[in-house]
Design a protein around this ligand. Structure first.
Ligand code: ATP
Length: 747
């Protein structure tokens, strides 16, 4: 026995708490019409989670709560508890007793409790389904409801049979799995949509990142090339700058020295040039010439006087003899004229200086002298007295002239001495100047050479400075392109192809064209980098990685979903097969039992159940054949000795018997823990009531029975009898009654 007790409080006409114990296999509930018996059956439905208020004869939830009467005010909630024995663990709970409780409030809110713990309706359904107490209520047959199994369509009937066979739990699972499958398919569609949506952006990001990666690669190469180029250039420029600066020092110093010396020499030369040497010499020369001339004049004067003196002395000593001596006396004036004449001619010739002038002068002189002699031949006169006188005068003059000559000679000698001294001094100076000039020229030569040398160095330095400026510009560009990494070249080690570190000596001695080639390569790389863009930003990489991760996640999700679709499909197929198999075998068993009960009830005839194909809905889109075509169950009955077939032809009693036969058959195959039958026996005549009584006794061996009845025969089969009464307050009450008491109110 499973059903232990029922407690109703505030439910429908049970305004106050009523308790019923079910201690016998068959419990009968008896009482007058309207006393509240059916409310008990409904309280079972209620507590087991029935959601249709209509099936409990109400319109709204609050119709289930005690509505009040003139004497008893209405209740705020209805509480029904049912207690099951669970020692055999019919319910999948580790308790010996299972108490299910449902409370409905006036606001329509429902509460469910399992052994006093709040649970969800779903939990109650699951618990009951596993204990073969399905929600279709095939085990609770309400008043007039026995017919439902006959009136139902093939599909509904199939569901009832599935429920009776305990397949509901598989069905629920299958439906759940199908829902899961639908949901999974929906998710797949959504994930595919999401992937399709992000795909173009991801593709774009991928391209960007690839471009950025290439850019990074080029940056890497550029960095390496820059480092080598800059290192080499820096080394080269620094080395050669140092070398040239040093090599310039010596010639510069020398040049300075030479400039100094040149200045000194020039200064010296300038001094000697600026001295009044030539004036002095000229003056000395002039003095000497003038003194010489004075002396010559004086000497001429002297010799003239001497000549005259000598002539007079000779004449005085040898007076002229006429005819004997052709001696003529020539007046002094004539002679002076002659002399003067000769002098002027000689001077003229001298001044002309040419040989022909001298020749001409000599010829003239000869002519003049001859003319003079011819002219002067005359008579002889005694001139001794005058001669004496003249002689004396002449001698006097001579003496004076001699004095003058001596003085002039002295002057001349002095002037010569001065001139010669100056000349001597001058020639010494000239010698010195020449030496200075030689020095100057030598220095100038040296200076030219040094200047040449320096200018060669300067030209080299200039070229090097250009290189240095280029280097600075390159470094600046490197900083712009590579940032601080550009300065890494400081520590860069230039290596050759074999990986050996290249020495400074080799670097600075390299042909410049190689470095130019490197520069050209750098330029090419820069252009390439410019085409590719600066490179990956953190944001871009993050965005790409996020998008990629998301896409990968979605791809994994999709794969998972697809594999779960496969699993679910397989599961559904398995379940379907199991359901199909169990349903078919269960249906066969029910058919057998149905036929047995039917023939027992009608004393013959035949009854069977048949699987039929039904279309779910004509207007539904035909997506899935299996969904559209479903199996239903039809009834085939043949009454004994009657030709008529078909349910429609049955009388009320016949219908009742047929439905009872089917209900009992269903209960026999997979007996539920309890069955409640509300006046299922109402339409039976006495004979059939007995048959009914026999059948319920057979049934009670497998399921506990609660029978609401007015039938005496049925009452007689019950172990426990409860009477329901309703007083003038409209409140239903329960009381244990004896068969006799019950029979008294029975029909
Ligand atoms: P019968 O033998 O004629 O089938 P019964 O014993 O099965 O009768 P029920 O149908 O169970 O009687 O009870 C009906 C009674 O319950 C009615 O009197 C009805 O007024 C009362 N009832 C139903 N709902 C409520 C409610 N919410 N509050 C108060 N009384 C209610």
């Amino acid at each position: 026995m499973y059903l232990k007790e029922l407690s109703i409080n505030g439910f429908k006409s049970f305004a106050k708490k009523s308790e019923l114990e079910f201690s016998a296999p068959i419990t009968a509930i008896v009482g007058p019409n309207g006393s509240g018996k059916s409310n008990i059956a409904e309280s079972f439905r209620f507590v087991l989670g029935e959601q249709s208020v209509k099936s409990m004869r109400g319109k709204r939830g609050e119709d289930l709560i005690w509505g009040g009467s003139d004497k008893v005010s209405r209740g705020n909630r209805a509480v029904v508890q049912v207690v099951f024995d669970n020692k055999s663990r019919t319910f999948a709970l580790d308790f010996d007793e299972v108490k299910i409780e449902r409370i409905v409030h006036r606001d329509g809110q429902n509460e469910y409790k399992l052994n006093d713990s709040n649970v969800r309706l779903k939990d109650v359904h699951e618990l009951l389904a596993n204990a073969n107490i399905g929600s279709t209520g095939h085990h609770i047959i309400s008043q007039g409801e026995a017919d439902r199994v006959l009136a139902a369509g093939p599909k509904e009937r199939r569901e009832m049979i599935e429920d009776a066979l305990g397949l509901k739990v598989y069905q629920i699972k299958k439906n759940e799995t199908e829902r899961k499958l639908d949901k999974t398919r929906e998710n797949i569609t959504q994930v595919e949509l999401l992937r399709r949506e992000v795909a173009p952006h991801l593709k774009y990001l991928k391209k960007q990142v690839e471009k950025a990666e290439r850019s990074l690669e080029v940056q890497g190469i550029l960095k390496e090339k820059y480092a080598e180029y800059l290192k080499r250039e820096d080394t080269y420029v620094a080395f050669h700058h140092d070398r040239l600066t040093k090599s310039r020092l010596e010639p510069s110093d020398k040049l300075e020295e030479i400039q100094k010396r040149l200045l000194e020499v020039k200064e010296k030369l300038k001094d000697s040039e600026s001295a009044p040497e030539s004036d002095e010499l000229t003056k000395a020369d002039e003095s000497f010439v003038s003194a010489s001339r004075s002396r010559q004049e004086a000497e001429r004067e002297q010799s003239s006087l001497e000549g005259q003196v000598s002539f007079l002395e000779r004449r005085l000593a040898n007076p002229p003899k006429a005819e004997v001596e052709q001696t003529a006396f020539i007046p002094r004036v004539q002679v002076e004229e002659l002399v003067s004449d000769i002098e002027s001619k000689v001077e003229q010739a001298l001044s002309e200086g040419s040989a022909s002038a001298f020749k001409h002068a000599l010829t003239d002189l000869v002519d003049r002298l001859r003319t003079f002699l011819k002219h002067e031949k005359g008579e002889v006169v005694d001139t001794s007295a005058a001669d004496k006188e003249e002689l004396e005068a002449l001698q006097k003059s001579l003496k004076a002239t001699e004095k003058v000559v001596a003085e002039a000679l002295e002057k001349e000698n002095k002037a010569r001495e001065v001139f010669e001294a100056i000349q001597a001094a001058r020639s010494e100076d000239t010698e010195k100047n020449r030496e200075a000039e030689r020095d100057m020229f030598a220095l100038m030569n040296e200076r030219r050479e040094l200047e040449g040398k320096i200018s060669t160095i300067d030209r080299e330095l200039e070229a090097l400075n250009r290189d240095r400026n280029d280097f600075k510009q390159q470094l600046q560009e490197a900083v712009t392109l590579l940032g601080r990494a550009a300065s890494d070249y400081f520590s860069y080690e230039v290596k050759d192809e074999s990986g050996q570190v290249v020495s400074e000596e080799v670097i600075v001695g390299e042909d410049r064209s190689t470095q130019r080639t490197r520069q050209f390569e750098l330029e090419k790389l820069k252009i390439r980098l410019e085409e590719l863009g600066v490179g990956a930003t953190e944001d871009l990489l993050k965005e790409y990685n996020d998008a990629k991760e998301r896409d990968e996640f979605l791809a994994r999700e999709l794969a998972d979903l697809e594999s779960s679709v496969e699993n679910l499909k397989e599961l559904i197929v398995d379940m379907q097969a199991k359901l199909h198999e169990q349903f078919s075998s269960g249906l066969d068993k029910i058919t057998k039992e149905f036929h047995t009960f039917f023939t027992l009830m009608f004393g013959g005839g035949s009854a069977s159940l048949e699987k039929v194909k039904i279309k779910q809905r004509d207007d539904e889109e035909e997506e899935d054949e299996e969904k559209v075509i479903q199996e239903g169950v039809e009834l085939n009955i043949a009454l004994p000795n009657k030709r008529v077939k078909g349910l429609e032809m049955l009388s009320g009693g016949e219908r009742a018997l047929t439905s009872i036969a089917l209900i009992f058959a269903m209960s026999q195959v997979n007996p539920p823990p309890f069955i409640i039958l509300d006046e299922t026996d109402a339409a039976l005549d006495e004979a059939n009531s007995r048959r009914y009584g026999d059948m319920i006794e057979a049934l009670a061996k497998k399921s506990q029975l609660v029978l609401i009845t007015h039938n005496r025969e049925t009452m007689s089969r019950a172990g426990v009898l409860y009477g329901i009464t309703m007083g003038s307050d409209g409140v239903s009450k329960t009381l244990s009654v004896k068969f006799e008491e019950a029979a008294a109110v029975a029909k």
